[in-house]
Structure formats: structure tokens, C-alpha cells
Design a protein around this ligand. Structure first.
Ligand SMILES: [Zn+2]
Ligand SMILES: [Zn+2]
Ligand SMILES: [Zn+2]
Length: 357
């Protein structure tokens, strides 16, 4: 494909026609999908990303001898860094009385997640917690495996309104050693880590939830759990693309300042550091991840499906076929599935090259 003006415009138009709202031109002159995983940036590419992970999630629930396992959906939250306003998301449920003494209505959305007392809110603590949340999950999964050796997991990280991460984890444990959901919840929730940057103790909040579900015989419920957890992938960044109320905005701005001022690594000099952790309210973790196959573990996916496998196969296919396929007008969905992912491969192999969300 030559990169003269007419073919360039045609290439971009083709990608737009397949749903991507902001195609990107690669160094080889091919127009590909933007590859965003954020729904508000590009719904079509975000859906591809979700689909990628959904197939990995499903293959850890349905593609093996499910009768030998128990499955759980575990939710862990961050601790409190100061009281925030509690505003209901729908009118069907009566809201609890907020700490400010008012029973908020849905119309008070501009106060959702906003501190009652911003002046005493622990912004630095919250940004540091976001930063160390990945380490805390690492300690948590080790703790779970110390007790139940067969633990495999699929984890989705979501932003809460107050600008802090929380996690939803699909957990699979061999039936012979599988605990009650409450025992699993308490073991996970009581895990602790010590920050590698400032040595502070990092813990989960008091709010934790764990429900067991069955893959066999209760499939509809399982799928509901699964889609619930995976839909969080679509709203990665706090309030991105939404109209932000001034009080929410000033809360997030204060959090951004705190993330800017903290160290992201032991030798970080915040003033000069360009690490992205400083721009994401401290967060460094991947949005979604799953336990990997090793010599002695099957990994989350029963079939060994990982994004590395997906990437490798699709990149090979892309490099060999995509130009020919495009020219021969192969089925569009096959081309777009491949090009979106192979773009991400390129980007992830060279993470400093571009700041695409
Ligand atoms: Zn796109
Ligand atoms: Zn309130
Ligand atoms: Zn830094």
C-alpha cells in the first residue's frame, strides 16, 4: 500500500468505516485502529479489547473439567482516606443518610465521591495506595496460594468515584481444598504489603465481598458475574469523557497534585519524573490480568490462552497477511480484529513511543 494522499485517505476511511473513530497511521504507512480500551475514546476498539479479555476469562470458567473446581467472585476495596458524600446511582434504592446529614438524591451526582472535608482528606495516602495496589494484590494472591495451592485468578481493576482503585477477581480453586466464600474473603482482605517506596503498610479496606458460583448447572449466573466484572474494563479512567461537576473536578485535581508530588519509585524525583503513574492518580497496574501457566500450574485459562498467545498469533498473521487481505477485501471483521491487536503489540513493545490511553 503506497502512502500517497489518496490511498492514505482511503485507508483511514476504511478503518473509520469499520467503527474506529480515530485511526492511527503506522510507521509502515498502514492505517489501523486506535486500539483504545476506553469506551469514551473509541467504543469500537474498546469492544475489541473487552472481547480479547472476555475470551480469556471464559476459558478459565468453561473450557476445563469444571466439576473439579469451585469458582468465586471476590471484590476488594481500598481503605478510607476520609469520609465522602454518598449519592445513590438510581432512584429505586433508598439512599443511606450521608455523613453530611443529608439523604442525597440522584440529582446530587456532583457530590458523589467528593470528600466531606477536603481540607483534611488524605490525598497523599490515597495516591500512594493506588501506586502500591499492585504490590498489595501480589501479596494477596501469594497469601491465598499459601492456603490453597490450586488458586488461579482473573482480576479486573476499576475506579471508584473517589478516585481510588478497587478490584473484582474471579477465583478458581480445586474442589478438594475449596473453602467457604467467607473464609476466602477474609483471607484476601487481611493481606498486607509494605510499600517498596516509602515502607508504609498497605492494606485493603473493610468492605470486601465474596460469592461462590458454579460453572456447571448455573451457567447463566456465571455469565452474569463475568460480564459484570468485565464491563468495568470499559471505564478505566475516572470520569473520562463525562461532564465533570466542579466539586468532583477540584477533588480529582487535588488527587492529581498528590500523585504528582509523590515518588513513583525509590529513586524518583517527582519534579522531573515523567512516569505515567503521576498522571493516573498514582495507578500503575494493568486494568485486567490473569494468572499465568507455569511448569506446575495450569494458569487461569484451561486452554493456555493468554494475551501473549493472542498477540503472537495475530501479529504473525498481521505481518504476513493484512495488506493482502485488505487489498483482496477479506471479511472486514477478521482484518479489524487483527490490526487492532497488532497495533497494541507494537505500542506495548515500545511503551515510550506514544501516550495513547
Ligand atoms: Zn479506535
Ligand atoms: Zn453528603
Ligand atoms: Zn516518578
Amino acid at each position: 500500500m503506497r502512502a500517497d494522499t489518496s490511498t492514505t485517505e482511503t485507508g483511514a476511511a476504511e478503518v473509520i468505516a469499520r467503527g474506529c473513530v480515530r485511526p492511527i497511521k503506522t510507521s509502515t504507512g498502514i492505517w489501523v485502529r486506535c486500539g483504545s480500551r476506553i469506551k469514551s475514546s473509541c467504543g469500537s476498539c474498546a469492544e475489541l479489547y473487552r472481547g480479547d479479555w472476555a475470551s480469556i476469562a471464559r476459558s478459565g470458567v468453561f473450557d476445563g473439567p469444571v466439576q473439579n473446581y469451585r469458582f468465586y467472585l471476590l471484590t476488594l476495596t481500598a481503605p478510607s482516606f476520609g469520609a465522602v458524600h454518598r449519592v445513590p446511582r438510581s432512584e429505586t434504592k433508598a439512599a443511606p443518610v450521608c455523613g453530611c446529614g443529608v439523604q442525597h438524591l440522584v440529582q446530587d451526582a456532583g457530590l458523589r465521591g467528593v470528600p466531606l472535608r477536603p481540607s483534611s482528606y488524605d490525598y497523599a495516602g490515597q495516591a500512594a495506595w493506588n501506586r502500591d495496589a499492585g504490590l498489595l494484590w501480589d501479596r494477596t494472591r501469594r497469601r491465598l496460594r499459601d492456603r490453597w495451592d490450586s488458586v488461579e485468578y482473573f482480576i479486573v481493576r476499576e475506579w471508584q468515584d473517589r478516585g481510588v482503585l478497587h478490584v473484582h477477581v474471579l477465583v478458581r480453586i480445586e474442589r478438594s481444598e475449596a473453602p467457604d466464600a467467607a473464609v476466602l474473603r477474609d483471607a484476601a482482605r487481611s493481606a498486607v504489603a509494605f510499600s517498596k517506596i516509602d515502607g508504609a503498610r498497605v492494606e485493603w479496606g473493610a468492605q470486601a465481598k465474596c460469592d461462590a458460583f458454579r460453572a456447571d448447572g448455573d451457567g447463566a449466573k456465571t455469565i452474569w458475574y463475568l460480564s459484570k466484572a468485565l464491563n468495568y474494563v470499559m471505564k478505566d479512567v475516572v470520569h473520562q469523557g463525562e461532564t465533570v461537576h466542579p466539586r468532583v473536578w477540584s477533588h480529582l485535581l487535588a488527587l492529581e497534585h498528590a500523585a504528582r508530588a509523590m515518588r513513583c519509585a525509590p529513586d524518583c524525583e517527582p519534579e522531573f519524573c515523567r512516569g505515567r503513574v503521576h498522571e493516573r492518580y498514582g495507578a500503575r497496574s494493568q486494568v485486567v490480568s490473569a494468572s499465568r501457566r507455569t511448569k506446575r500450574r495450569p494458569g487461569w485459562s484451561f486452554t493456555g490462552l493468554t494475551r501473549t498467545v493472542q498477540r503472537r498469533l495475530r501479529l504473525e498473521w498481521f505481518l504476513a497477511n493484512v495488506e493482502a487481505s485488505a487489498a483482496a477485501a477479506h471479511p472486514a471483521e477478521k482484518v479489524e480484529a487483527v490490526e487492532g491487536r497488532s497495533l497494541r503489540v507494537r505500542r506495548e513493545l515500545a511503551p515510550c513511543a506514544a501516550a495513547v490511553p
